[in-house]
Design a protein around this ligand. Structure first.
Ligand code: SIN
Ligand code: MN
Length: 280
């Protein structure tokens, strides 16, 4: 997909671009068929919700699942990412967030880049998320909230953040001793933003929650402030997130690297597949 000048401008100004129905119903069906198997596989790549044993996220599927590998190399995502980042790109992270009906939990207000900067030594926010809706996203099933233009704030000062602790007692059913990175992934987010920061930002910049059919794609900046509420509806809200990093923004080495399903350190510039890539 080639973005128009207006779309590029909108993305740069607002920090996000919502493209309704970028993937067809048939393509969504192919991706959704994978979910029962993907969610059923117990592995460290699978994160459960704080309460109960519902799946919250599964990471690293661009390495382990052929359909999601093809999605991550799909020209409708990769061409847009290359255009917006003005360079070749590689996959930094891939996850599916389940946000299951009647139980999918919140994502607190946060920016993504600070996690990658603090935890993985990423240098600059020259990185982009493509969120591919695998279910219709409505006002009821935990849509993604964004504060338009908030990416322009840069990394918001740490003193404005909650002291959330280190994930003790989060009850995540992934095992008894929790690795330190677990609070980058659960409903008790490590670098969540304070009420005061959100109040001030929303007062001046407003708030949006893009809605649309399954197959729509939300491209968003690594510094845009975003969140999502819990899913109290009886409708699932699965989303596949592909994070593309510029090949000119490779993180430095760190003493304790997070697992490779959270940070792919294999820098392989993506050569986009053909447009019918999902129909294998
Ligand atoms: C995220 O911020 O990474 C996920 C948000 C969501 O799935 O609603
Ligand atoms: Mn995020």
């Amino acid at each position: 997909m080639c973005l128009s000048k207006d779309e590029m401008k909108l993305y740069k100004e607002q920090g996000y671009l919502f493209v309704p129905a970028l993937f067809s119903e048939a393509e969504v069906e192919i991706m959704k068929e994978q979910l029962p198997t993907v969610f059923a596989e117990a592995s460290p790549r699978r994160i459960l919700e704080k309460q109960g044993n519902m799946v919250r996220s599964v990471y690293g599927l661009h390495r382990t699942n052929e359909v999601f590998k093809r999605l991550s190399q799909h020209p409708r995502l990769v061409d847009a990412a290359m255009q917006l980042l003005d360079s070749d790109v590689y996959i930094y992270q891939f996850k599916v967030n389940a946000k299951a009906a009647l139980g999918g939990d919140v994502w607190e207000w946060h920016q993504d880049f600070i996690f990658w900067q603090k935890e993985d030594a990423m240098l600059t926010p020259r990185v982009i998320n493509a969120a591919v809706l695998l279910d219709d996203m409505t006002e009821f099933n935990g849509p993604i909230f964004l504060i338009p233009g908030s990416h322009a704030e840069g990394v918001i000062d740490m003193s404005a953040r909650h002291a959330n602790g280190n994930g003790n007692g989060n009850g995540n059913g992934n095992g008894h001793s929790m690795p330190s990175w677990i609070n980058d992934l659960t409903a008790d987010l490590k670098y969540s933003l304070s009420k005061e920061v959100i109040e001030n930002l929303v007062r001046t910049r407003g708030i949006v929650a893009p809605k649309g059919p399954a197959g729509s794609v939300l491209f968003f900046d690594a510094n845009i402030v975003h969140a999502s509420p819990s899913n109290l509806s009886p409708f699932d809200r699965a989303v596949a997130f592909v994070t593309y990093n510029s090949v000119e923004n490779i993180p430095a080495e760190v003493e304790k690297p997070r697992p490779d399903f959270l940070v792919d350190r294999q820098v392989i510039p993506i050569v986009p597949l053909a447009d019918d890539a999902l129909f294998m």
